[in-house]
Design a protein around this ligand. Structure first.
Ligand SMILES: N[C@@H]1[C@@H](O)[C@H](O)[C@@H](COP(=O)(O)O)O[C@@H]1O
Length: 330
């Protein structure tokens, strides 16, 4: 799992939107081989959606061959209610981009048979070959989609009773009145999310800092359901500085250093796709030499171009707080 830390909400949104753009474009989706994207609601992804719309308008991203699955929907709220997740998605993303409405999948919280609706949703995801990239947000209690504390980590799409904390948190969208917040929702399960080939969770704000710490510094558990991301082979969390408040300094430094080394390996402009790009790089001698130089340059913390052979004057010799030292200086 990787953790990318950006200064604030805007930078997080920009990072995630560019990440999505890169992933979709790199995939080169077609009608026969569409890109399948999982999408969240809530205030966390609003900035991401605004940037995706900008990228679309700038001609850098098309949703023509993108199939979407939303994570959840309230039960019993009319589809055209301003706070339904149907309305949310339409207003923040779908009406602004070239997505084919037939490719949009949002659970129907007014279906006559809610269990059947959930089964149908899972079957549709399977039919299109699974989700390629699933974006998510979390509640302050660490829930992903509406997988409230105590949800099974093997859960699938189903009807869920909302936790009181979630009802209170979401009352802000219902004139601050908890009685107006629906008490049930349909939601994908934790396992549905984790089945995606890649999971990217956005976490911003000091009010989510405990959840972030629980999610990445403690064990996988069903109380903080987003902690399941620890088990995912390709999990990415993008957070802002405020959300790191409860993390150990060591944790923050570790993830920042990892990102720093990645960027030094392939350059700062390849937003988060380092793994893919590195894998796809042809390992010619020239590439190996280039990457090695970049890597050594970071580790040695020197402006001088480092050499490329292993038995050179630069050695892994720590010179107290002064950083790495050259052998000939020692
Ligand atoms: N079901 C949604 C979640 O999918 C979302 O992640 C969460 C966080 O919302 P926000 O981003 O507004 O904090 O809200 C709701 O509970």
């Amino acid at each position: 799992m990787r953790l990318i830390i950006r200064q604030d909400y805007d930078e997080v949104s920009s990072y995630v939107a560019h990440y999505v753009k890169e992933r979709v474009n790199q995939f080169q989706p077609t009608a026969e081989r569409p890109f399948v994207l999982g999408l969240p609601t809530g205030s966390s992804p609003i900035g991401v959606y605004a940037k995706l719309v900008e990228l679309h308008r700038a001609g850098q991203l098309s949703f023509k061959h993108v199939i979407t699955f939303n994570m959840d929907e309230y039960v019993g709220l009319p589809r055209n209610h301003p706070e339904s997740y149907h309305s949310f998605m339409w207003n923040h993303l779908f009406k602004h981009v070239d997505v084919n409405i037939k490719n949009v999948h949002i659970l129907d919280g007014n279906a006559a048979d809610l269990d059947e609706e959930c089964r149908r949703f899972e079957a549709t995801i399977a039919r299109v070959g699974g989700i390629e990239l699933c974006l998510g947000g979390i509640g302050p209690d660490g829930h992903i989609a509406f997988n409230e504390p105590g949800s099974s980590l093997t859960s699938r799409t189903r009807v869920k009773t909302l936790a009181y904390e979630t009802i209170i948190a979401n009352a802000r969208f219902f004139e601050g009145d908890v009685t107006k917040v629906p008490k049930l929702a349909l939601t994908v399960g934790v396992a549905t999310v984790m089945d995606a080939r890649e999971v990217l969770v956005v976490i911003t704000g000091a009010h989510k800092s405990i959840a972030l710490a629980k999610c990445i510094e403690e064990g996988v558990n069903h109380i903080w359901t987003v902690s399941a991301i620890q088990m995912h082979p390709k999990g990415l969390i993008v957070c802002d500085e405020d959300a790191t408040l409860e993390l150990h300094v060591k944790t923050v430094k570790y993830f920042k250093s990892i990102e720093h080394v990645h960027q030094s390996l392939i350059g700062p402009h390849n937003l988060g796709l380092q793994g893919n790009l590195l894998r796809s790089m042809k390992d010619t001698d020239e590439n190996v030499t280039k990457r090695r130089k970049l890597f050594l340059g970071t580790v040695l913390n020197t402006d001088e171009e480092p050499p490329v052979s292993s038995d050179d004057k630069y050695v892994a010799k720590k010179n107290g707080n002064a950083g790495w030292k050259r052998k000939m200086d020692s």
